[in-house]
Write a protein that binds this ligand. Structure first.
Ligand SMILES: *Cc1c(COP(=O)(O)O)cnc(C)c1O
Length: 376
């Protein structure tokens, strides 16, 4: 039995006719840039997310970049975020000349720790006269919502904006609210491996506010104004291709069903793994729904992780470490001056975590085979 880490081929078989039909329509019409598929996708996904506006774009990274540009982030601004995430989250902050200020994570959800966030905001306000505390980027790591009931009031009562990095969590809900409806702006990614992926790069920004929506549309295409060749500000070339929107429209039809299937797969893993000594399966707080972008397990220590991942590799079962090195220890952020020990929970998590195959089409039989190998 060959077990893929993410099974996009089986998914393609479910919707092959619709995908081909949608792509063919783009080819026949010839509107490769900003074709009607773009507006259709934006209104469908805005409605699903429960917001007034959605702006599609070229990637999750560009969605974050556009969001920060619309919120006026620049040099001298402190943006609080987690070091236990994909580089893009903090990269866009630094690209705009602003300063990422890292905050440690919760040891159970691996998301930003609201208590440490409160401490770091206070520290910057009291001790860093060179910085203006400007915003928070919360990440829903592995598809699980951050603690928005604590983070949203904390950010707003401190005068900071909140951006939701929902690159891994489109479709997830926090106490009944869609994660893409939270914060001042929410950003997602349609990279193929994300829960809702296209066949290339793509992203989206979700907004409630009409003024921010207008800014995002301008920033997406060279800061354009009312007329196509008016340039009101500097912007990007960050459009989504019509072809990718066509793919997403087909995939979105089965997406709610896939989220259901992911819950079944996660529940089966949790039951099977509960019998394994030293491993802690992930848990989701009551009232939240994860979309399980990754199924990440904590080993007792690095040795156990190495041993289990070695056994899986021998059996040709893929497993991956997300993320082996927290951002504060990356060379790209060396100039921020952090050192090992600064974020103990992030560092401990990085030393013990690993991800097992996870996708909606993973069978009970395959999961039993995986856990059998893990048990040794
Ligand atoms: C994937 C990802 C991004 C970036 O999305 P791309 O579409 O790959 O640019 C940003 N943040 C997080 C947390 C991600 O997982």
């Amino acid at each position: 039995m060959s077990i893929p880490f993410i099974d996009l081929k089986t998914q393609y078989r479910q919707i092959e006719d619709q995908i081909k039909h949608n792509i063919d329509a783009v080819l026949e019409r010839g509107a490769y840039i900003m074709g009607p598929e773009i507006g259709e996708l934006e209104s469908k996904l805005a409605e699903y997310a429960g917001v007034d506006h959605a702006v599609s774009c070229s990637s999750g990274t560009d969605a974050l970049l556009m969001a920060l540009m619309a919120l006026g982030v620049g040099p001298g601004d402190a943006i609080f975020t987690t070091p236990f995430t994909f580089i893009a989250t903090a990269e866009v902050v630094a690209l705009l000349g602003a300063t990422p200020v890292f905050v440690d994570i919760d040891p159970v959800t691996f998301n930003i720790d609201p208590d440490d966030l409160r401490r770091k905001i206070r520290f910057v306000k009291e001790n860093r006269k060179d910085l203006t505390a400007k915003g928070v980027i919360a990440v829903d790591i592995f598809g699980q919502p951050a603690d928005y009931d604590a983070i949203e009031p904390l950010a707003h009562n401190s005068g900071l904006f909140l951006v939701v990095d929902a690159a891994q969590s489109f479709g997830a809900t926090c106490q009944g609210r869609s994660v893409c409806s939270l914060g001042d702006l929410a950003c997602t990614s349609f990279f193929p491996a994300k829960p809702l992926g296209c066949y290339g790069d793509g992203g989206m920004v979700f907004a409630h506010n009409e003024a921010l929506h207008k800014l995002l549309i301008s920033i997406r295409v060279h800061g354009m104004g009312e007329h196509k060749y008016d340039n009101d500000r500097l912007g990007l070339t960050a459009r989504m291709d019509s072809m990718q929107a066509a793919v997403l429209l087909a995939k979105f039809e089965i997406f709610p069903g896939e989220i259901e299937k992911r819950q079944e797969v996660a529940a089966r893993y949790a039951a099977l793994l509960s019998e394994v000594d030293g491993l802690t399966p992930p848990s989701v707080p009551e009232g939240n729904v994860s979309v399980w972008a990754q199924y990440c397990v904590l080993a007792r220590d690095t040795e156990q992780r190495t041993e289990v991942m070695g056994r899986l590799a021998e059996a040709s079962i893929p497993s991956v470490i997300y993320y082996p090195k927290p951002l504060h220890l990356q060379k790209a952020f060396a100039d921020l001056g952090y050192k090992p020990g600064d974020f103990p929970v992030s560092e401990d998590t990085a030393s013990r975590i690993f991800a097992l195959p996870m996708h909606p089409y993973l069978t009970a039989e395959a999961q039993e085979a995986i856990v059998k190998v893990i048990k040794g």
